[in-house]
Ligand binder design. Structure first.
Ligand code: ASP
Ligand code: MG
Length: 490
């Protein structure tokens, strides 16, 4: 049995949903109930939907009624459009369309109660964030049924039991496994193709939780492990994990085989195609994981296993993340304290704002925080409320400084036959490239180093580093110095 997970971009439109149905049915998605192994599908929300849901909840908590109503209306028309386009049978169209309307009506009620309370709790945020997957599963299952597969949408709130750490809940493997074995396994054995929501779970008491942003990969791994799947396939929109972002470096190469720990390191520094928590569950039962491309299903992608084959090519990789913002919070004088830094981080964590990198220099009285662009305004509001309202003693400097990106160099131990890890090479390459480094974070294992740099230097830096790490064919790389000053001189 294979667990196939499809992310938001793979189901971003009616056309994409149809492609996904083709892929599932081509890849032994449906068993015959008599020996041919079946599959299980795990699916995210349509691209951008979870962001919109959360933006609506924030708007509701700030009393911006028109904003959340518009979000609800947009979500309704986007999902109904897909249903209209894809489902031919009137009965299915009415059933799925009606279900979507009902769910989004519930969403509006939830938004309204958040608006009345004027407060968004972590629990409320999870309840809101869970709606996207609860819509997409029904659409995909219906599309599969129209193609004569016996498919059924299932909410993972009935399957994945978690603790109550809202926003990043941890699955409890024993009860989860029991439910998967009792409820999902028999369906697969009967030749039914379950389509399960990614990203969400519920506590023992039935409160909806989420496993963290991008958590559908993690859900697929938990489901695969609980069902003793043969493999878990993560379908994304690139040919596996690559040596660099192919949009920046067209020559980037696919890492064909990785060990669990190598893949985990890449995921933790931000490899978009794999949620960092995905590896741990599959390790328990040594289940192979594949990263494959739903836009290019013929490509073998990246295989992640306990012990990769001895003759595989071992390569370093560059992981970059863009659309980030650098926020500075501090004092004009030396009144900034560690306690104030702790308050800032606490408030952001409570508000569900993920801080990707942070630094505090000894000489500057402030904290630098790297957050996603889309969280920037919310982050500033939270910090302003904490430090500027009613705390006259906090003379706080607060602002979004600039657009930044992060770039990480990751190298498995000994990949270059040298004693020092990849950090030394990365530092020297960035120096040579004249990249302005704003902050640095290094793994103590020396397997990876991450830099925060100005956004307009990202592409140049990544290309330079890719060549310097010997990842391109041809002569030993020796690109000109200082070429990474700005995007303009590339
Ligand atoms: N829909 C969720 C998110 O956007 C989970 C996922 O895409 O994996 O974070
Ligand atoms: Mg993802």
């Amino acid at each position: 049995m294979i667990v196939h997970k499809f992310g938001g971009t793979s189901i971003g439109s009616a056309e994409r949903f149809a492609r996904v149905a083709d892929i599932i049915l081509d890849h032994h998605g449906q068993g015959d109930g008599a020996g041919v192994p079946g599959g299980v599908v795990v699916v995210s929300a349509m691209s951008g939907v979870t962001d919109q849901l959360i933006a609506g909840a924030r708007a509701a908590s700030e009393g911006r009624d028109t904003a959340y109503r518009k979000i609800k209306a947009d979500l309704l028309s986007r999902h109904l459009d897909v249903v209209e386009t894809l489902l031919d049978k009137r009965r299915e169209r009415l059933k799925v369309g009606g279900l979507i309307e009902d769910r989004l009506h519930d969403l509006e009620l939830l938004y309204r109660s958040i608006a009345v309370l004027g407060e968004l709790t972590a629990r409320g945020r999870d309840a809101v964030s869970s709606f996207g997957e609860q819509l997409s599963v029904h659409i995909l299952a219906a599309v599969l049924r129209e193609r004569d597969a016996r498919s059924r949408a299932i909410s993972s709130t009935e399957l994945i039991v978690t603790n109550d750490y809202f926003g990043a809940a941890a699955p409890l493997m024993d009860p989860t496994r029991r439910r998967l074995q009792q409820r999902v396994k028999p369906l697969v054995e009967q030749g039914v193709l379950p389509v399960i929501t990614g990203y969400i779970g519920a506590t023992e008491d039935g409160l909806t939780t989420t496993l963290g942003r991008g958590g559908s990969d993690f859900s697929a791994a938990v489901i695969g492990t609980g069902l003793d799947a043969d493999e878990v396939w993560i379908w994304s929109d690139v040919d596996g994990i690559l040596t660099a972002d192919p949009n920046i470096v067209p020559q980037a190469r696919t890492l064909t085989e990785l060990s669990y720990s190598e893949a985990s390191e890449l995921a933790y520094v931000g490899a978009e195609v794999l949620h960092p928590k995905t590896i741990r569950p599959v390790t328990q039962r040594s289940i192979p994981l594949r990263i494959v491309n739903s836009f290019n299903p013929a490509h073998a992608g990246t295989l992640i296993v306990e012990s990769p084959s001895a003759d595989r090519e071992v390569l370093p990789a560059i992981i970059s993340t863009t659309s980030l913002s650098m926020i500075v919070v501090g004092s004009e004088d030396d009144s900034w304290t560690l306690h104030m830094a702790a308050r800032a981080l606490h408030e952001l964590s409570e508000a569900g704002v993920e801080v990707l990198m942070l630094s505090q220099s000894l000489s500057e009285h402030n904290l630098n925080l790297v957050v996603r662009d889309k969280d920037q305004d919310h982050c500033l509001r939270i910090l302003s409320r904490e430090f500027r309202n009613g705390h006259e003693n906090d003379v706080v400097r607060l602002g979004a400084e600039e657009k930044v990106s992060t770039v990480s160099a990751v190298g498995p131990p000994g990949w270059n036959g040298k004693r020092n890890g990849i950090a030394a090479q990365a530092f020297s390459a960035l120096g040579e490239c004249e990249t302005r480094v704003i902050a640095v974070a290094q793994a103590a294992t020396e397997r990876s180093v991450s830099f925060c740099i100005p956004e307009d230097q990202l592409a140049g830096t990544v290309r330079f580093l890719h060549r310097k790490l010997g990842l391109e064919d041809g002569d030993q790389p020796n690109p000109p110095r200082g070429q990474c000053k700005t995007e303009a001189n590339l």
